[in-house]
Ligand binder design. Structure first.
Ligand SMILES: Cc1ncc(COP(=O)(O)O)c(C=O)c1O
Length: 391
């Protein structure tokens, strides 16, 4: 069989850091150990029943078996507009300010290809969601990192970005509630962002994947709630986390009409649109009772409290996340993020994600997912206690 060589472009795609983690944990599972996997970001709960039911009904409609309209059904875009008005008091024009996406990841990877030319500069948070780098590579763009440090509440410090980088920057990724740090943005930070973006002609892409998940009654704010935000950027929302629909692949981009048009144009050439039944179920999720979302956030908060309080009790000085479903924990002295992850896997059969996999400023931390029951999280705390790392 001929072995066809991958294009030079594909060869520039970043290596999947977490593939080695999956392999290492797979070995420990194969040895027969009871592994607690806190390393991944896959929601563990099923999609709420009324959304599944909506899909079941929709599948029976013959009109949904045809091609869906290019750029998505009006009923879905109108549902998105109603959702943004209801949740954030943000007014969107369904025809020009909303693009339907095959999940948030697709939009995030498409955007650099839509807006950048070879050699253009993109500002990317470090630590950050690794898939931002995939789009940057496909666009052959140049990346500058914005460190997210604990002393700044994991918000980038714009004062530290040089004038020349700001002059070259065309695109900036932000993500709050933040993966991996669990930090939240403030209104003042978003105002500063709009000002910076306006001054330097930077398009802001706010990844709002964890938009529904804020703790202690603190609701995450939408970037589009900031005055002038639509002028400088877009927000990417996904149904994956809010409604446990990660497998369904549905999300949307909202905001600046020229950016929405660019996404739609690229997607005209790549796809037709999502399966109409998925679009119908997505509209149901956005428009029906949000009780399931309240219950989900309550569940994550309870898990967060079990984990964080448990770790504090055994002497690990950890901070509770403000939002998202991740905790970002400092590793004990003497370990790197990777050596500590390996240590936990080998000695406690617990998988966590080493911070270095999210960028160099992730060194010294591990990311722990809240995607298993309180009993399993308590079991993880008990296993860590036995290692006597903090006594
Ligand atoms: C920060 C962040 N953005 C975007 C996504 C993409 O989610 P999806 O492609 O399922 O919409 C994820 C998923 O893990 C994420 O953590």
């Amino acid at each position: 069989m001929k072995n066809f060589k991958q294009s030079k472009l594909l060869q520039t795609l970043p290596k999947q850091f977490f593939a080695s983690l999956v392999e290492k944990s797979g070995k420990v599972v194969a040895e027969g150990h009871d592994v607690i996997n806190l390393g991944q970001g896959n929601p563990d709960q099923p999609t709420p029943q009324h959304i599944v039911q909506s899909m079941q009904n929709a599948v029976l409609k013959p009109q949904h078996h045809k091609y869906a309209p290019f750029r998505g059904h009006d009923f879905l875009k109108e549902a998105v507009a109603a959702f943004y008005k209801r949740e954030y008091d943000v007014v969107l024009n369904p025809a020009t300010e909303i693009a339907v996406l095959f999940g948030g990841k697709a939009g995030l990877v498409e955007l650099p290809v839509c807006l950048l030319n070879e050699g253009d500069t993109v500002l990317v948070p470090d630590p950050g969601y690794p898939d931002y780098l995939s789009g940057v590579a496909l666009a052959k763009a140049n990346m500058e990192v914005m460190p997210l440090e604990e002393k700044n509440n994991f918000l980038p410090n714009y004062q530290n970005i040089s004038e020349s980088v700001l002059k070259d920057a065309k695109l900036m990724f932000l993500n709050y509630p933040n993966n991996p740090t669990g930090a939240m943005a403030t209104a003042a930070f978003f105002e500063e962002t709009v000002e910076l973006a306006n001054k330097n002609n930077i398009c802001v892409v706010h990844d709002f994947a964890y938009g529904a998940i804020g703790f202690e009654g603190n609701r995450p704010i939408s970037f589009l709630q900031t005055a002038g935000a639509k002028n400088v950027g877009v927000e990417i929302y996904t149904l994956s986390k809010t409604y446990n629909m990660a497998g369904w692949r549905v999300g949307f981009a909202v905001g600046n009409a020229s950016v929405i048009e660019a996404i739609n144009l690229l997607q005209d050439h790549l796809y037709v649109s999502l399966f109409s039944s998925i679009q119908e179920a997505a509209a149901t999720a956005l428009l029906d009772s949000q009780h399931c979302v309240d219950e989900l956030v309550e569940m994550y908060e309870e898990r967060r409290n079990v984990l964080v309080n448990g770790l504090k009790e055994i002497g690990w000085d950890v901070n509770a996340p403000q939002g998202s479903f991740f905790a970002w924990l400092k590793v004990p002295n003497g370990y790197t993020s990777e050596s500590f992850s390996d240590y936990l896997l080998e000695n406690a059969h617990i998988v966590v994600a080493p911070g270095i996999g999210f960028g160099s400023y992730g060194e010294g931390y591990v990311r722990v997912g809240l995607l298993t029951s309180t009993e399993r999280l308590q079991e993880a705390v008990d296993r860590i206690k036995k290692l006597q790392l903090f006594s």
